[in-house]
Design a protein around this ligand. Structure first.
Ligand SMILES: Nc1ncnc2c1ncn2[C@@H]1O[C@H](COP(=O)(O)OP(=O)(O)OP(=O)(O)O)[C@@H](O)[C@H]1O
Ligand SMILES: [Mg+2]
Length: 311
């Protein structure tokens, strides 16, 4: 199974540890780390850690592309980046170990020009000849219409490719009716989509089943520490993670996306895919940056995930 991920709005995640962070004051950084990131890059990085061949494409600022190139070459990720003038945005995460909270400061990112989009279309076109799956994930930058994922899904389906969609807001709502093969909203993204609050696995199951009826094959709804509900056809499971020590929540959902695809590549049934996908998330939660621990650790996590059959 050959996979590519698309990053329309990648980011460099800069994590700064500041004990007792206080707004409106001078705060001293105790430790910092910078990681190439953004959802598509994270998914590619996790897949590479799992030994799956993956290509990364998208719109990257040439002014600070080094961390991405370094990650791609270190992990053997096929670099299909389209380079834009300017710098990829830096998202700042202030981790406060005393108050045990993370403050996110997310910048808007580059606005691609029409010529950049033409180059992206060409790159995607060439890439499509070589892949079975495209992962569409993350936000859409200013200047690209909210219908972009919907349009891409139509084109991909016309060429017999499969799509995993992990987006939110308008681009997600526009695309979901075009029948992506797999979606992985979190509970808030699903609630926004169906237009009602969702509390607990039973309500999530109901909402997810209404999407299966619209042509999507697998709906995975993640619920943070409460685990995730996976619905496929008329079967559904709730995967409940063990309690673990969280180092960073960055990319927990992206790791789940990578785990779902790895489970699909291995031909696992729904329960075992849910187990593996949750284990990938648990692996990501123990690392800073989009990295998994060795697969032996992932396999051990998988045995500790509890699977409840819902349907
Ligand atoms: N504190 C936690 N303890 C145990 N497992 C967790 C915790 N937080 C997340 N997980 C696991 O990670 C999965 C994905 O997390 P979450 O629902 O937060 O994804 P998300 O909101 O899509 O995140 P992202 O910011 O990466 O998009 C959950 O379904 C769960 O299995
Ligand atoms: Mg997410």
């Amino acid at each position: 199974m050959r996979i590519a991920t698309l990053s329309l709005n990648p980011a460099i995640d800069q994590t700064a540890r500041i004990p007792s962070f206080t707004a409106g004051r001078v705060n001293r950084v105790e430790w910092e780390q910078s990681d190439a990131g953004g959802k598509g890059v994270n998914v590619a990085s996790f897949l590479a850690d799992a030994g799956i061949q993956v290509a990364a494409t998208g719109l990257f600022g040439s002014g600070n592309i080094e961390p991405f190139l370094e990650l791609f070459s270190r992990k053997g990720i096929d670099d299909r980046c389209v380079r834009l003038a300017g710098r990829t945005r830096v998202n700042v995460k202030i981790a406060d170990p005393v108050l045990d909270q993370v403050t996110d400061i997310n910048f808007p990112g580059l606005s691609p020009a029409a010529a950049d989009l033409v180059r992206l279309t060409k790159t995607l076109d060439q890439l499509l000849a070589k892949i079975d799956w495209l992962v569409l994930s993350g936000s859409v930058p200013a200047g690209i219409p909210d219908t972009i994922y919907a349009e891409l899904i139509d084109q991909l389906q016309a060429r017999g490719k499969q799509v995993l969609l992990d987006a939110s807001g308008a681009p997600f709502a526009e695309a979901v009716t075009h029948g992506p093969d797999i979606i992985k909203p979190n509970i808030d993204e699903l609630a926004e989509l169906v237009g009602r609050p969702l509390t607990g696995p039973a309500e999530v199951l109901d909402a997810a089943m209404s999407l299966i009826d619209s042509g999507i094959r697998l709906v995975a709804v993640s619920m943070g520490p409460d685990g995730a509900v996976f619905v496929e056809g008329d079967a559904a499971v709730h995967a409940i993670p063990p309690t673990i020590q969280v180092k960073s929540t960055v990319g927990a959902g992206d790791a789940m996306v990578a785990g779902i695809l790895t489970g699909t590549a291995r031909g696992l049934d729904l329960a075992d895919r849910a187990r593996l996908a949750t284990a990938f998330s648990l692996g990501a939660l123990g690392e800073v940056g989009p990295h998994l621990p060795p697969m032996s650790v992932i396999d051990d996590f998988a045995t500790r995930v509890q699977i409840k059959t819902l349907k």
